[in-house]
Design a protein around this ligand. Structure first.
Ligand SMILES: *Cc1c(COP(=O)(O)O)cnc(C)c1O
Length: 403
């Protein structure tokens, strides 16, 4: 065991199965550990570093804003945050932003805002429709909306009405909306920690119609799918639907903590001074980095380049599946959010992940046997080739009983 691993176990609570690697620095699409080894980063800090590490535009924003000021609080106007909010609104739905420090806090904010909305006169609607295996965060309100027993079962649950439906079943959704009179539907366009399960286009479209016809709100959790991850700025934009509220976080702070909600004007105006707040968010530094990311994606071709890099990766993965039909099942997701469903046992999947680490490639495992890839949009074709070659070799060895 390395010194860092021993100290980690002594001083930090063990809420994660950590990989035994201490990162010293990161550059481009690679991490470098304290032992001098490098890893191709197909995890990007859990879908955060959308442009890889140390991107020049992000580093420039870091230096510039870092020299101006780090924090002033919500008592002052915050130019980097105002500019970022404007870009987010202009590239999605007309409305207003509330910034938070994290995804879970964005979920909490949405819960409070929807609650205010549902208490307006004559509304007579309450609570949320959510998907089986959804993930919306780890705070108390967010675990109520998260439908993974491992996340909520040992903890107190606030009394928010929640109605769980199986994803992609339009009839089930209609029935629940009719019977329970919920205030809102909350969904991830692609369920992330639920195993990279996309909602189908027809289902998303039906969801928007059902919500509109019944006077409900449609909330999309784009915390993971947003900011270019799936090939459009927000994932729902590929389906021509318009939500009433979007949750975002992860990629939006350029690697620093930042999240928030963007709500259409009609709902956003329900928050009055004193209704909600936070000391830190929006950090001017996070906002400045986020602004650099958005400009890179939308003004300098980052999104377009990301789509090309993703198309190359998808090609390579589908050839890989043809070579290993016995191990790889479906390949799910969109853009740079991909799940390779394997027929491996949970132990084999973990051994595969460790094996790839030895080869210098970092991937994640979700739902025990899904190889989860969250690569940067900047992933180069030669990096894809390197990864797919190593993965193919590892899969062949598993087929032969060596791992
Ligand atoms: C990560 C994630 C969250 C929670 O974000 P945190 O910043 O970890 O609190 C919520 N919803 C989705 C879809 C996520 O991927």
């Amino acid at each position: 065991m390395s010194d860092w691993q021993a100290l980690d176990q002594q001083y930090l609570m063990s809420t994660y199965h950590r990989l035994p690697i201490a990162i010293e620095r990161a550059e481009g699409n690679h991490l470098y550990d304290t032992g001098g080894r490098s890893y191709l980063d197909l995890f990007t800090g859990l879908a955060v570093n959308i442009l890889g590490h140390s991107h020049p535009a992000v580093m420039q924003a870091l230096r510039q804003q870092g020299e101006r000021y780090l924090h002033v609080s919500n008592k002052f106007l915050n130019p980097p945050a105002i500019q970022l909010a404007r870009r987010l609104v202009e590239s999605s739905i007309p409305g207003k932003v509330f910034f938070t420090n994290s995804g879970a806090e964005a979920t909490e904010t949405a819960v409070k805002l929807v609650h205010k909305w549902s208490r307006e006169p004559d509304r007579a609607r309450q609570g949320f429709v959510v998907m089986e295996k959804s993930f919306h965060g780890r705070t108390l309100g967010a675990i109520r909306l998260t439908r993974q027993p491992g996340v909520y079962q040992d903890f107190p649950q606030p009394a928010i009405p929640v109605f769980e439906v199986p994803p992609n079943d339009i009839d089930a959704l209609k029935t629940v909306c009719e019977r329970e009179r919920p205030a809102a539907i909350l969904a991830e366009p692609i369920l992330g920690s639920g195993g990279v399960q996309p909602l189908e286009k027809d289902y998303l479209k039906a969801m928007a119609v059902i919500a509109r016809e019944r006077g409900m709100l449609l909330l999309l959790d784009e915390i993971q799918t947003g900011i270019g991850r799936t090939g459009t700025f927000f994932a729902h934009q590929a389906y021509g639907i318009t939500p009433d509220l979007i949750l975002f976080a992860k990629g939006v702070g350029g690697g620093l903590p930042l999240g928030g909600i963007l709500a259409s004007d009609r709902i956003a105006s329900l928050f009055r001074p004193g209704d909600h707040g936070t000391t830190f968010a929006p950090s001017p530094l996070s906002a400045a980095l986020g602004l650099a990311v958005v400009e890179e994606l939308l003004d300098r071709g980052g999104l377009e380049q990301g789509r090309k890099n993703a198309a190359y990766l998808w090609e390579a993965l589908s050839s890989l599946r043809e070579k290993h039909p016995d191990v790889i099942g479906t390949i799910r997701g969109k853009g740079m959010m991909i799940g390779l469903d394997t027929r491996l046992s949970p132990e084999e999947a973990l051994r595969l992940q460790r094996g790839l680490l030895e080869d210098g490639v970092l991937v994640d495992i979700a739902q025990q046997r899904v190889i989860r890839l969250l690569p940067p949009l900047t992933l180069k074709p030669e990096e894809t080739d390197f990864f797919v070659d190593r993965l193919s070799t590892r899969l062949s060895r598993i087929g032969e009983g060596i791992s």
